[in-house]
Design a protein around this ligand. Sequence first.
Ligand SMILES: [Zn+2]
Ligand SMILES: [Zn+2]
Length: 94
Amino acid sequence: MSYLCPVCNGLAVFSQTCPGCGGGLSDVGRLYDYYGPYSPYREIDDTKMDNAYPDRQRHQCLHTGWCPQCGEEHVVIVKEWTADELNAQKDAYE
Ligand SMILES: [Zn+2]
Ligand SMILES: [Zn+2]
């Protein structure tokens, strides 16, 4: 069973609120894209395995949300969907 992040795949809108002020966070990308100049050359699964989050087992995609009010970044966990869930969502759009 494969899992995909609906936000990365454009199937869901990133909507999270800031824990500090309750304002809307804007998605500034996947957390993995932040790991310096070497990370783009690494496999995604490889990166997942050695960061601090057990997201590979839990099928979660880590995004970075930016709050313009607080000027802070917050890690946002997006639950990944199974292929079945993705297909159901696609059907709903058609
Ligand atoms: Zn994602
Ligand atoms: Zn805020």
